[in-house]
Design a protein around this ligand. Structure first.
Ligand code: PHE
Length: 451
């Protein structure tokens, strides 16, 4: 049966490399760029609380299920879901989880690359000393000039897509494993440095209470949908990215402990990013709800005023780019692995096709920040629409189906044999979450928030 197979794509060499790879996938633009701006748009503390709740109660249990499925199937998520559904004697429709995820990953990759392109562009703006002593106004204008220029955005989007595809084409083990081993710790160090700066700034207490004082009157149905969707997005859940990585996980590793560690690291980075950014927002009289440009309009001010800020600022945007890079390869991996397994393509060939297609779709996102910014459906630009559809609808639905599949459809003995949890109470609690809590919560949030 599927469980005895080995992945044709290779294995992580040990537990730590899986942790690094999974953390590399989880920690990305979602933590550093997106978490602060959606928190700003959704009123702060109460939103953060709902988000943390979603991570613990739904995100981690679903992540455990996804990694378990991946390691059991040892193939791309599409083929893993097909094989496991067959073994369980279940309807073939369950393999739709793999398909829906591959599509969601592809759509996210298309806009993820555009935003990562902003970070790439900022490396050079920082290094050129553009922000030395810059005011909030200079920072905002610089950002406006970048996103207002479709040719420039397209160029950075292209470069980022090329480097993503270059890594996926080589296989995940080769270059990236080595790179993230150095870069992820550096990202942590720099975030803490920024945190130190924010701590000493005038806006710290205001920023802190914005993040952690809970004013529930600001919560709307839609902001709960956004918090839930972001819990999935930030942990790379619901689309098979973590399932694909689980397929390359050595058999003797404890899935439970690993998953909790990845969840903690991911959450710490998001909170640190929020704590670094909001004090700067308030100290400079900026708007917390500034939207997707928030990070790019605040941090340059801080770097511009700090000693050796040009150096640290440049490094910081290099590291954001790396964090985004190690995430974007995991967005492409499920669909590329499937094409290699089922279409007989070489990795390079499959990766190129996926990359070209996502690049073309990404042009829509590029234009939605300038030439097409006035075309709106449901009051959303094309970028907003793609983001909302994937993050807030497809990922939670993917998570919902995964929970139902593991909780209700699979043979319990197969599940228990693969996760090997030593604590029976924890195992029971996990099952209750998968069977009842996660599906009901996701369904209620989606139905309420969308209608
Ligand atoms: N988790 C990544 C981030 O926070 C984004 C991502 C989502 C990556 C889904 C893979 C799958 O930036």
């Amino acid at each position: 049966m599927a469980a005895e197979q080995n992945s044709i794509h290779g294995l992580w060499r040990n537990r730590w490399l899986f942790i690094l790879a999974a953390t590399g996938s989880a920690v990305g633009l979602g933590n550093i760029w997106k978490f602060p701006y959606i928190t700003g748009e959704n009123g702060g503390g109460a939103f953060v609380l709902v988000y943390l709740f979603c991570i613990c109660l739904i995100g981690l249990p679903v992540m455990l299920a996804e990694v378990m499925l991946g390691r059991m199937g040892r193939q791309s998520p599409i083929n893993t879901m097909t094989a496991i559904a067959k073994d369980a004697g279940a309807n073939r429709l369950w393999s739709g989880i793999g398909w829906m995820g591959a599509v969601a990953g592809f759509l996210i990759l298309s806009f993820y690359s555009v935003i990562a392109g902003w970070a790439l562009a900022y490396i050079f703006r920082m290094a050129g000393g553009m922000f030395e002593g810059a005011s909030a106004e200079v920072a905002s204008t610089t950002f406006g000039n970048l996103v207002g220029n479709p040719e420039v955005l397209l160029a950075w989007h292209t470069i980022f897509m090329v480097i993503t595809i270059a890594v996926v084409a080589r296989g995940v083990n080769q270059g990236l494993e080595k790179a993230i081993r150095i870069l992820m710790p550096m990202l942590f160090v720099l975030l803490f440095l920024l945190l130190g700066y924010a701590l000493s700034s005038d806006g710290f207490s205001q920023g802190f209470s914005f993040l952690f004082s809970f004013d529930f009157s600001k919560l709307t149905g839609e902001s709960i949908v956004v918090a839930l969707g972001h819990a999935f997005f930030t942990l790379s859940l619901g689309l098979g990215a973590i399932m694909a990585y689980g397929a390359y996980m050595p058999s003797d590793v404890s899935i439970g402990k690993t998953v909790v560690l990845v969840g903690i690291l991911d959450t710490l980075v998001a909170l640190a990013a929020g704590l670094a950014i909001f004090p700067i927002v308030f100290a400079n009289g900026m708007e917390p709800g500034a939207g997707p440009g928030l990070l790019f309009q605040t941090l340059p001010i801080a770097f511009g005023q700090m000693p050796a800020g040009t150096l640290f600022g440049t490094l910081f945007f290099v590291l954001i780019t790396f964090a985004a890079w190690s995430s974007s390869i995991s967005l492409a991996e499920p669909i590329v692995a499937w094409a290699v397994e089922s279409k007989g393509m070489s990795r390079a060939h499959a990766a190129t096709w996926v990359g070209v297609a996502a690049w073309v779709l990404g042009i829509g996102t590029v234009l939605s920040f300038n030439l097409w910014s006035d075309y709106k459906v449901f009051d959303k630009t094309l970028f907003d629409l793609l983001d909302f559809l994937t993050t807030n609808i497809l990922l939670p639905l993917g998570g919902l189906f995964i929970a139902l599949f593991v909780g209700w459809v699979m043979h319990k003995s197969d599940v228990a044999a693969e996760v090997r949890m030593s604590n029976p109470t924890l195992y029971k609690a996990w099952m209750i979450v998968l069977k009842f809590i996660a599906p009901v919560a996701v369904a209620v949030v989606l139905i309420n928030g969308l209608l």
